[in-house]
Design a protein. Structure first.
Length: 276
């Protein structure tokens, strides 16, 4: 059981601009050295022809109609997603290769066409160039949990920003991202290639993992021990645990494994009604 008064679940400490800048330079430098390491053969090959078998597909809504959310930032997010998807769609992950979300997308800049989208920083909602790309990393991470691919690096969201309106995944099943050090990294430890296919539609962001052979099992993500607590400092904290069940194609349970526990500060009151 997670203690709601845990220091990690308190509002973030506000650091000085200099400390934040130095930290970003340090961790960003370490990330770039990792990308340059000759020890890894990073996934980089893309192909337009789709591999024949779809292992998992998923879609998430592009727009949320919630009180107080800036419509222009949502439109900018969609534009940002189109640019990022163009860098990832069709990427093939061969056996032994690691996939790095930010290594493939690169740094979002205005010169590349990225716009100001919504971001969450130190517990506050704001805007920044390339904002909104977490929706794509969320989608890829969720789909990867339904494959035999190995998640090497993933960062959970420290804040739960929106109520469950139109939520298509359990709370805590996403992957936050911040260039370049908060990355999503996936490795192919199997003997066959996998292909990531992503597309921005009119209303949804769509994705697939595809392979040259049909699936041999089925995956299900199960949420347990979900609750919302009021912390001693006055805010609300949300908790859950996620497990993965693996079934054979006849429906027999082969294995159940614990994935991770989630704890996040809620940025809305759980007592308020959700908007449709």
């Amino acid at each position: 059981m997670v203690d709601p008064n845990n220091r990690q679940l308190r509002p973030p400490i506000h650091r000085s601009w200099l400390r934040l800048r130095l930290g970003k330079l340090y961790y960003g430098g370490r990330r770039r050295l990792l990308w340059m390491s000759p020890r890894f053969h990073w996934a980089k090959q893309r192909q337009t022809e789709r591999l024949p078998y779809m292992l998992i597909s998923h879609a998430t809504p592009l727009y949320r109609h919630l009180r107080g959310e800036d419509q222009e930032l949502q439109e900018n997010k969609v534009a940002n997603l189109r640019l990022a998807v163009a860098r990832l769609d069709g990427i093939v992950l061969y056996p032994g290769e690691p996939f790095s979300y930010w290594r493939l997308i690169g740094k979002p800049t205005r010169r590349k066409g990225y716009r100001d989208g919504m971001v969450l920083f130190l517990g506050r909602i704001g805007s920044d160039v390339g904002g909104g790309l977490c929706q794509l990393s969320n989608l890829i991470f969720w789909m990867t949990l339904h494959t035999p691919l190995t998640v090497v690096e993933r960062y959970r969201h420290s804040h739960d920003v929106f109520p469950d309106t139109n939520r298509t995944q359990p709370f805590g099943s996403g992957a936050t991202c911040a260039y370049p050090h908060r990355d999503l990294m996936i490795r192919n430890d199997t003997e066959q290639p996998f292909q990531l296919c992503v597309q921005v539609g009119k209303q949804v962001l769509k994705g697939e993992w595809r392979a040259p052979a049909p699936p041999v099992c089925r995956y299900e993500i199960v949420e347990r021990n979900h609750r919302m607590d009021q912390a001693s400092w006055g805010g609300y904290v949300r908790h859950n645990e996620l497990y993965r069940r693996i079934y054979d194609l006849e429906g027999g349970l082969l294995e159940e494994e614990f994935l991770f526990a989630n704890d996040a500060i809620m940025m809305y009151s759980p007592l308020l009604p959700e908007e449709s």
